[in-house]
Write a protein that binds this ligand. Structure first.
Ligand code: KG4
Ligand code: ZN
Length: 333
C-alpha cells in the first residue's frame, strides 16, 4: 500500500496531495490571486508566494488524508516544465522532505501528469489512447502508449490554446486568467455571431497567433465604430471565440484519431475545464462511436493529485531520483 506525497508548484498554484495505493485521499490547492492585477503570472511573485504556501499546503494535505508524515513511502514532485523560480520551491521542498523522512524521490513531468490524471477514479482509459493536452503553455496531441511512454504527434507552433483564451480576455478588458471568464460569458452568447478564421496548418500541429491578431483587429475596428461594442456584445464575442478555438482543436484531434485508428479520446490540462470543449469532445465521440475521457474539474487545472498518481505509477516501476536532481523549466518527454 504505497503512500505517495505529491507536490506541484510549476506555475502559480501551490498544491500538495496524498495518494494511498493509487487512491487520492487529499488534494490541497493554494491559488495566487495577486497575479490578477498584473494581467498575467509575475514569476518572482509566484515563487515567493509558493514559499509561503508550500508548508501549510503539505500539512493540510496530510491532515485531510489522515496520514502521518512518517508513513510517506515516496515524494513525487513536478520537475518541469514550468517557471524556474516556481519549480525550485517545490523541488527544494520535496528534496528536503524526502531527506528528512528517508523516503525516495520521484520526478514527474507536469504535462505527463495532466494526462495521467485520467487514472484517478474508476473511468480509466486503456492504452493506447489519444490525449489533447491544452493548458496555458502547451497544446499537444499525445499518443499515450503506456503510463510513461507518450509520443507528441502534434503541437502548437506558436501560442497555446490557453494563451489564446487569456490574450482574448485581455483584449476584452477582463482580468487574468481569462479562460474561465470567456467560458462563463460564452454560455449566454451565440457561438455563430462572429466568424473568426481557422488557420490552415499541415498535419496535426496548431497555430493560434493569427487568430489572436484577427480578434485584436476585429475588436479594434468595431470599438472605433461603437465604443460600447465590447460591453454590448461580450457574450456573443466570447461564445464565438470559444467555438473557434474548440473547433480548431477538435478538428485536428478527430483527424489524428482517424489516422491512428484510436477510439479512446481524452482531454487534459487547464483548458479541458472549458464547457464548449468538453461538450464538443463528447459530441465528436458520440458521432464517431468513440469513447471520451474528460477529467473532473478539480483535475483539469494544476493540482498535485495528478503528480501523486503519476508518482504512484513511477513508484511501482521503482524509478527514483537522487538529491542532485534540479528543476527543468523546459522539459520534454
Ligand atoms: O493547466 P493549467 O492550470 O496551467 C498550465 O499548466 O498552464 O492551465 C491554465 C490555462 C489558462 O490559460 C486558463 O485560462 C485556462 O487554462 N482555463 C480555461 C478554463 N479554465 C482554465 N480556459 C477555458 N475555459 C475554462 N473554463
Ligand atoms: Zn498545467
Amino acid at each position: 500500500m504505497p503512500v505517495i506525497l505529491g507536490i506541484e508548484s510549476s506555475c502559480d498554484d501551490t498544491s500538495a496531495s496524498v495518494c494511498v495505493d493509487g487512491v487520492i485521499l487529499s488534494n490541497v490547492i493554494a491559488n495566487q490571486s495577486i497575479h490578477e492585477a498584473y494581467g498575467g503570472v509575475v514569476p518572482e511573485l509566484a515563487s515567493r508566494i509558493h514559499q509561503q504556501n508550500i508548508v501549510p499546503a503539505v500539512q493540510q494535505a496530510l491532515l485531510n488524508a489522515k496520514v502521518n508524515k512518517n508513513d510517506i513511502d515516496a515524494v513525487a514532485f513536478t520537475r518541469g516544465p514550468g517557471l524556474l523560480g516556481s519549480l525550485l520551491v517545490g523541488v527544494s521542498f520535496a528534496k528536503a522532505f524526502a531527506l528528512a523522512q528517508n523516503a525516495p524521490l520521484v520526478e514527474i513531468n507536469h504535462m505527463q501528469a495532466h494526462i495521467l490524471a485520467h487514472f484517478i477514479g474508476d473511468h480509466k482509459p486503456v492504452f493506447p489512447f489519444l490525449c489533447l493536452t491544452v493548458s496555458g503553455g502547451h497544446t499537444q496531441i499525445v499518443l499515450v502508449k503506456d503510463y510513461f511512454e507518450m509520443e507528441i504527434i502534434g503541437q502548437t507552433l506558436d501560442d497555446a490554446a490557453g494563451e489564446a483564451m487569456d490574450k482574448t480576455s485581455k483584449i476584452l478588458g477582463l482580468p487574468y486568467p481569462g479562460g474561465p471568464l470567456i467560458d462563463k460569458y460564452a454560455r449566454q452568447g451565440n457561438p455563430d455571431a462572429y466568424k473568426f478564421p481557422e488557420p490552415q496548418i499541415a498535419g496535426f500541429d496548431f497555430s493560434f497567433s493569427g487568430l489572436k491578431t484577427s480578434i485584436l483587429y476585429f475588436i479594434r475596428d468595431n470599438v472605433a465604430k461603437n465604443p460600447d461594442f465590447i460591453s454590448e456584445n461580450m457574450a456573443d464575442i466570447c461564445a464565438s471565440v470559444e467555438k473557434r478555438i474548440a473547433t480548431i482543436l477538435l478538428n485536428k484531434f478527430e483527424k489524428a484519431a482517424k489516422q491512428y485508428g484510436i477510439k479512446q479520446l481524452a482531454l487534459a490540462g487547464g483548458v479541458s475545464a472549458n464547457t464548449g470543449l468538453r461538450l464538443g469532445l463528447q459530441a465528436l465521440c458520440e458521432k464517431n462511436g468513440w469513447e471520451s475521457f474528460i477529467p473532473a474539474m478539480q483535475y483539469c487545472t494544476d493540482n498535485a493529485a495528478m503528480i501523486a498518481i503519476a508518482g504512484y505509477y513511477k513508484y511501482l516501476k521503482g524509478e527514483f531520483v537522487g538529491q542532485e536532481i534540479a528543476p527543468m523549466a523546459r522539459m520534454i518527454f
